[in-house]
Design a binder for this molecule. Structure first.
Ligand code: AMP
Length: 579
């Protein structure tokens, strides 16, 4: 097929203002394209050479393309530059300055594609000269109009405005005569994110093949998205009175593909991000004993010493650091798997959530840094809200409530009511520090072996003369402070909770309430595992401090009875503020 045929279509698309005309031109072009050329034509028409997820850009610098135009036209670069500044489009400049060359079109689509692909793949020493040479060779055989489109494509500025959805429509019409089968075609696209592959399947086998179109490792699936509701009653009503509530982890969504010993990771926007997550690759290889799989997980950061979930910002900070390997050592990610879409040759996207989840639980070899998401089947508002409180106090954003219906399939690429987000609506942000009493401690691991991983701290309830727990603090201690903790606290250690301490959590060591520490947190929330103001705001839940951090100040000047009171915390909680 001659490139010229494509260029004529592009010219028509560029000059029309009619959506129908644009569609007709595309349909005619697609129909005129032989099957084996279809993927190339589809990518070229989008100004690309490969599907987006392969992240191979032609992206030749304009300065180099300009040099190629100068060489091909035999004119000085200055003249090209002057013409470019008049027209503002190097493609138009090339078309104009190569006007003299009155040649018949001979370039084929394959030749153009291969040339551009060679440019995209040329790298390293001497690559600049080689790229320019390849482009010059193409320009020297091009008609003026072809030269214009070659330059636009090479510099990544084709800009025909043909989006994925426009092409999906045109492909459907080209093959079936109408847009009726468009949902089937779109589903196939959502399962592979590759328009070229869809074009071939549709043309070769019609819509019958697409109905059984399967996901495949290393072709990312467009992610299923969640709707949002504020009221637990409405959520349950939407989901038929019963649902699976899963913690909504606050990290980065990863779609992880494995085949044999190879793992590739895609972002929510289906970009390849394997290189950013060497530790997630290792976790997958170690924790997933299957030949091939596609699963989704949230990558979260945990405090390496205390195991507590860290805020999303901490994970993002790691991404900005250049030395990924080093960052991965300092702040390793944990994977929380929440869906399984493909397993050893079988497409699971057509199975209901409940069955996908059973398989997910079966294949994940859970370890400290790789687990399926926490979840519970709930069938009433109190159950749902209690689990929500637990989720928030565990450092997550809330819940994703998932349909247990038999038709709750994985809806690739769409936002629907099979998944409903239930997020914290109100937060009472902490602007002040609080002074809390150390009542217990949990053993440390890793770097903190031999000392405490976190301290269980409590607020004072003067009415009952009792200390009620509000959080575990593990962050903010310097190495020296950490090392000194056992020395400081050992004299206070007792084998059981002190009678003046009210705790639901089991500590490894208990202390006589005596030491006061200054703590700052992100906010005061409800939690079913702490006892401060238990039942005051919600049955079964107390108040807790989320993301607590030791400020570095030991309040030796304060007696435990001078610590922040439960009532003060309750007041902070009530100063609610829309998030
Ligand atoms: P949002 O980004 O606010 O639309 O919320 C949906 C996102 O929540 C997904 O894209 C995931 O990244 C994330 N997420 C966290 N935990 C889960 C879970 N258990 N199930 C599904 N999505 C989750």
């Amino acid at each position: 097929m001659l490139y010229n045929q494509v260029v004529v279509a592009y010219q028509e698309i560029a000059s029309t203002t009619s959506r129908t005309r644009m569609s007709n031109v595309l349909v005619a072009l697609l129909r005129a394209t032989p099957l084996e050329l279809l993927p190339r034509l589809v990518y070229l028409t989008q100004g690309k050479l490969h599907p987006e997820f392969e992240a191979i850009e032609i992206g030749m610098a304009e300065r180099l393309a300009l040099r190629a135009v100068a060489a091909a036209s035999g004119r000085p670069e200055q003249e090209i530059r002057a013409d470019l500044s008049r027209r503002g489009d190097l493609g138009a400049t090339a078309e104009h300055l190569l006007q003299g060359a009155d040649r018949a079109p001979t370039l084929t689509v394959d030749e153009v594609y291969d040339g551009l692909d060679a440019i995209a793949h040329t790298a390293g020493r001497g690559s600049v000269g080689a790229k320019v040479e390849t482009l010059v060779a193409l320009l020297c055989r091009a008609t003026p109009a072809e030269a214009g489109y070659l330059i636009r494509t090479a510099t990544g500025k084709l800009r025909l405005g043909v989006a994925d959805m426009t092409l999906l429509d045109a492909l459907t019409i080209a093959q079936t005569g109408s847009t009726e089968s468009r949902p089937i075609v779109e589903r196939a696209y959502n399962l592979c994110s590759d328009l070229g592959a869809v074009a071939v399947a549709l043309t070769r086998d019609g819509t019958t093949l697409l109905e059984s179109f399967h996901p495949e490792p290393f072709r990312p699936i467009r992610p299923m998205l969640a709707e949002r509701l504020k009221d637990p009653r409405e959520i349950l009503a939407k989901l038929g009175g019963r649902c699976a509530a899963e913690y909504k982890y606050d990290g980065e969504r990863l779609q992880i593909h494995k085949r044999g010993a190879e793992v590739r990771i895609f972002s929510r926007r289906i970009e390849p991000i394997t290189a950013q997550y060497p530790d997630a690759v290792d976790l997958t290889l170690a924790g997933l004993a299957v030949e091939s799989a596609i699963f989704e997980a949230e990558a979260v950061a945990r405090d390496p010493d205390t195991d507590e979930l860290l805020p999303f910002q901490d994970l993002m900070r790691r991404k900005r650091v250049h030395a990924v390997a080093e960052a991965a050592r300092e702040l390793p990610v944990s994977l929380i798997a929440f869906d399984l879409l493909y397993l050893d040759g079988t497409d699971l996207t057509r199975l209901p959530y409940a069955e996908r989840r059973v398989r997910l639980d079966r294949v994940v070899k859970a370890g400290p840094r790789f687990q399926p998401s926490e979840r519970e089947i709930v069938a009433s508002v109190p159950e749902l809200t209690a689990f929500f409180d637990l989720a928030v106090s565990a450092g997550t954003e809330g819940l994703v409530c998932k349909s247990l219906a038999p038709d709750a399939l994985y809806q690739a690429g769409s936002r629907g009511w099979l998944w409903i987000k239930f997020k914290r609506e109100y937060v009472s942000e902490m602007t002040d520090t609080v002074d809390l009493v150390v009542v217990g401690a949990l053993h440390g691991r890793g770097r903190r072996a031999g000392t405490y991983g976190s301290l269980l701290v409590a607020a004072y309830d003067p009415a009952a003369d009792v200390f009620r727990t509000v959080t575990k603090v593990g962050s903010g201690f310097s190495d020296a402070e950490l090392a000194s903790l056992p020395r400081r606290l050992a004299p206070l250690a007792i084998p059981h909770a002190h009678p003046r301490v009210d705790a639901k959590l089991a500590a490894d060591t208990w202390f006589v309430p005596s030491v006061v520490v200054e703590v700052i947190g992100a906010e005061v929330t409800l939690s079913p595992i702490h006892t401060a103001a238990l039942g005051r705001f919600r049955s079964g839940s107390g108040l807790a401090i989320r993301f607590p951090r030791f400020t570095g100040r030991w309040r030796d000047d304060k007696a435990p009875e001078d610590a922040t009171t439960v009532d003060e915390l309750a007041e902070m909680y009530q100063q609610r503020k829309a998030s």
